[in-house]
Design a protein around this ligand. Sequence first.
Ligand SMILES: NC(=O)c1ccc[n+]([C@@H]2O[C@H](COP(=O)([O-])OP(=O)(O)OC[C@H]3O[C@@H](n4cnc5c(N)ncnc54)[C@H](OP(=O)(O)O)[C@@H]3O)[C@@H](O)[C@H]2O)c1
Length: 332
Amino acid sequence: MKNTKIVLAKRPIGLPKLNDFQIIQNDIDLVKDNQVSVSTMYLSLDPYMRGRMSPSKSYTKNLEIGEVMTGEIIGIVNESKVKNFPKGSIVLSKAGWQSNPVVNEDQLSLVDSRIDPVSLALGSLGMPGLTAYFGLTKLGNPKSGETVVVSAGSGAVGATVGQIAKSMGCRVIGIAGSNEKINYMTENLGFDEGINYKDSDWTEKFKISCDQGVDIYFDNVGGPISDCVIEEINDFARVIVCGQISQYNNFEPELGPRNMHKFLIKQAKLEGFIVFRWEDQYKDGLESLLDLKERGFLKYKETIVEGIEKAPETFLKLFSGDNLGKLLIKVN
Ligand SMILES: NC(=O)c1ccc[n+]([C@@H]2O[C@H](COP(=O)([O-])OP(=O)(O)OC[C@H]3O[C@@H](n4cnc5c(N)ncnc54)[C@H](OP(=O)(O)O)[C@@H]3O)[C@@H](O)[C@H]2O)c1
């Protein structure tokens, strides 16, 4: 058995290219004390990984050239020298883009047995779900009847944000980049409106859809979409900056924000966050998400591609919008 791993070969300029990654195969490392050998079932592909490939300073350490690409996996323990993670355990780890990593005990946690299918531990019942839950409830403080707008509304985070907001009695408008995604949001997820930002008249349609104004904007994308939404905010609106995916491949940062006057005249709040802020409350967050799922508020879709060697080309789907819901690689 070999371990296939994908490392950063070059720092991308703009959208990553396939030769920015390198696929390497080695023998599986020997398992030492306090370690387990894991057979990866699913690898999560997430937008933040683009930031780790850059040299610019961020909220955490960036990758070095030659280092294994960052990422969360779910896997099954094949061999163990740790009492709490015996052979057969299903574990979550930040082992990165690897098929058969050997992982230290302190980099492992058990996947809650109520998470079914287990892949949800990387999606709506994992980091993206917790991001949606804490970002919306802690910073948005949604009240019944308020209008919530979410960009990248059909994605792993956005779909969860919209459904939590619906469960709290809000009116939800999702913004996304295809008619398939708009139908998914309105027909499957229960959003009140969906706006395709690729339609030439989308700004007019958006203004009509939020004629009551916007109380909460959960921003996953930044750029011109956010400029348009912020123009419609109400008094005491909350703008939650979760992600800025439209900017991640920019070599030069776009200038902005351009509409700060709106925050002044509407006495609104703009706050960014990183989900780790609530790491000590993840257990409670998971209970709330499981409860929402039981009540039918956590529908999801996954785009699953087979084969770890497909991870680089699949990662690019996040930037072209070719994923519907959580993007995963099925590994072993
Ligand atoms: N703050 C945190 O702690 C935290 C944690 C997790 C994720 N995030 C952020 O949350 C956001 C969503 O993450 P996710 O994992 O749920 O990804 P996702 O929404 O499942 O996938 C990314 C989506 O972004 C959209 N997109 C890509 N380029 C765009 C552009 N130029 N303009 C507008 N939309 C664009 C695409 O959908 P369309 O077809 O709709 O364009 C794509 O499908 C990302 O910005 C991510 O960095 C933040």
